[in-house]
Design a protein around this ligand. Structure first.
Ligand code: GRG
Length: 303
């Protein structure tokens, strides 16, 4: 018990994240080589390899290791989650959606390649994500590979990312209540984080209870990510404006601080991080260390 406590305390999340991100970047580079027709592959690689924290792949790998699986088993689902994430960012940045020119510090896909190619690059990344899991996952029972493909499919479609995006679009400019705000965040953000973690636990050999705990953990972390984002929007901009009202309290977007007040939003974040930590309590402490520290990092980050 004491040794486990020490392992958890001495765990270095930054080193762990950097090491895993490096491996994921290598795997993504190999999975999507520059082949014919070159322009579509250049466009796909531009967005896929343009940096990013690789949080979804990290969740997949850490959840696989949590249930005793090997990192290699999770690499295809980890890469697939990043391909899906990248597709959603390319499409989200399009002029017909958010119309953004910059992403991860670089020009967005449609700015460099045109809208037509950007749409196709997103489509190609999305379909390749499933193909990649099916063709490149080794040493895992076929039923588990199929289950993870189902999980990924569900998380993107009209009950997942697309559902979150369409509800978000239809609420634009309106004040929404806490349930609608939660629906949008759960679907737009938490669902893919959840699928990445769940797929990791599935290919890692987790049993039903373990997979359910990983799902609940990742959902809390996904929602936490958005609540903290909302809080930081208020606190950061009030610092910049010399302690006047934060920009987010002034804009028309509904946020947690607006609905619950700043203290209420902080309490909600606290509840979520505790629940996430609670889901990890049944696992081996050393194996749970990455996920434990990731939840705390997301909760207590300052920017
Ligand atoms: C077209 C099938 C289809 C789906 C797309 C556009 C869309 C539907 C959904 C929008 C999804 C979206 C942009 C959600 C926001 C997710 C989010 C929190 C992004 C930021 O993630 P980070 O911080 O980014 O992990 P990095 O750059 O580090 O990867």
């Amino acid at each position: 018990q004491e040794t486990a406590g020490l392992v958890v305390e001495q765990f270095n999340l930054k080193e762990y994240m950097e090491e895993k991100a490096r491996k994921v970047n290598e795997a993504l580079d190999l999975a999507v080589p520059l082949r014919h027709p070159e322009v579509i592959h250049r466009s796909m690689r531009h967005s896929l390899l343009a940096g990013g924290k690789r949080v979804r792949p990290l969740l997949a790998i850490a959840s696989c290791e949590l249930v005793g699986g090997d990192e290699k088993a999770a690499m295809p689902v980890a890469c697939a989650s990043e391909m899906i994430h990248t597709m959603s960012l390319i499409h989200d940045d399009l002029p017909c959606m958010d119309n953004d020119d910059l992403r991860r510090g670089q020009p967005t896909n449609h700015v460099l390649f045109g809208e037509d190619t950007a749409i196709l690059a997103g489509d190609a990344l999305l379909s390749f994500a499933f193909e990649h899991v099916a063709t490149s996952t080794f040493g895992v029972a076929p039923e588990r590979v199929v289950r993870s493909i189902v999980e990924l499919g569900n998380c993107v479609g009209s009950e997942g990312l697309v559902a979150g995006q369409i509800v978000d679009i239809s609420c634009e400019g309106k004040v929404v209540d806490k349930d609608v705000l939660e629906y949008i965040h759960i679907h737009k953000t938490a669902r893919l984080l959840e699928a990445a973690a769940v797929c990791g636990a599935i290919v890692g050999g987790g049993d039903e209870e373990e997979v359910a705990r990983v799902r609940s953990y990742a959902r809390c972390v996904g929602l936490l990510f958005q609540v903290v984002d909302d809080i930081l929007d208020v606190t950061k901009s009030s610092e910049e404006l010399g302690k006047t009202a934060g920009k987010d309290l002034a804009s028309d977007k509904t946020t947690y601080p607006k609905l619950l007040g700043l203290d209420g939003a902080r309490d909600f974040a606290q509840t979520l991080v505790r629940k996430a930590e609670g889901e990890l309590a049944v696992f081996d402490a050393a194996r749970a260390a990455p996920l434990y520290h990731l939840a705390r990092y997301i909760a207590y980050r300052q920017n």
